[in-house]
Design a protein around this ligand. Structure first.
Ligand code: 13P
Length: 287
């Protein structure tokens, strides 16, 4: 059964570790992440962007697939199904479809409008027992056509949004989606520290988990980050393993063209990436 992300993140914040959000794109992705979480006894959050939701034939299909897998694979660890960077309308659709968690990303609105829309969704989510993530300060880079500049959030605005009663808060601290450029200045730990001083127990979310060096991840966790989003890294691992299989001509040997064989190396690569992240984030054995 899907659960809200509230309890797993409250525990993570108190225990000084982070739960990974791994974005899903299809059946192989979802199965790889769920099996790894179960093997490592780690709580997990499956992230679905609006674009990936559309690709997978809509939110109802996603809910059906994930619930089916939890049952058929005998998954016992806590799993939250979460809309990533949702619009206001997208959040409402996911809530209707049976997601257990949503993100409303109002970071591109003026703060008053972000507050207004977030507040309304807090009411809806509270009533249904769902977790809600809000965002202040756009995350840099491009994700599903949404381009952000990687700004640092204003800690006072973070406090205003946190006080609305959201479950977790994503704040821009110089992080960027996708690969980090050579000249990236790194995470702004001063900003993160100022935000955590003002928001207290609120679990903070670090987007753009791909390519952040391990020491920065650990420091971010020590300063209150309890959810870390990873997407591109699984895509890169999947693509590299698939490329290797095809370049070795394995799809041309015997029944190597069978999708169950062709996609197997990519599937294993996602599992290895998720395992590495769960170990780094400290969520192993915390289910
Ligand atoms: P990356 O693609 O950089 O790992 O970022 C993922 C993310 O933040 C999803 O919201």
């Amino acid at each position: 059964m899907l659960v809200s992300a509230k309890e797993m993140l409250t525990k993570a914040k108190a225990g000084k570790y982070a739960v990974g959000q791994f974005n899903i794109n299809n059946l192989e992705w979802t199965k790889a992440i769920l099996l790894t979480a179960e093997e490592l006894k780690s709580p997990v959050i499956l992230g679905v962007s609006e674009g990936a939701g559309k690709y997978m034939c809509g939110y109802t299909t996603v809910v059906g697939m994930v619930n089916g897998m939890i049952k058929e694979l005998g998954i016992t660890v806590p799993v939250a199904l979460h809309l990533d960077h949702g619009s206001y309308e997208g959040a409402k659709k996911c809530i209707e479809a049976g997601f257990s968690s949503v993100m409303f990303d109002g970071s591109h609105y003026p703060i008053e409008e972000n507050i207004e829309k977030t507040k309304e969704l807090v009411g809806v989510c509270n009533e249904l027992g769902l977790s809600l993530e809000a965002e202040v300060g756009a995350i840099g880079g491009e994700e599903d056509g949404v381009i952000g500049t990687g700004e640092c959030a204003d800690p006072k605005e973070c406090k205003m949004i946190a006080d609305l009663g959201v479950t977790m808060l994503a704040a821009g601290i110089g992080n960027i989606h996708g690969k980090y450029p050579e000249n990236w200045a790194g995470l702004s730990f001063d900003t993160l520290d100022a935000i955590q001083q003002l928001t207290g127990d609120m679990p903070l979310v670090l987007h753009g988990g791909t390519g952040i060096p391990a020491d920065m991840i650990k420091k971010a966790i020590s300063l209150g980050v309890s959810k870390i989003n990873v997407n591109t890294e699984c895509q890169l691992a999947f693509a590299a393993a698939t490329r290797e299989y095809i370049e070795a001509g394995k799809d041309l040997q015997g029944k190597g063209f069978d999708p169950r064989k062709l996609l197997a190396p990519g599937f294993e690569a996602i599992k290895a990436t998720v395992k590495e992240k769960m170990e780094l984030f400290g969520s192993v054995g915390k289910a």
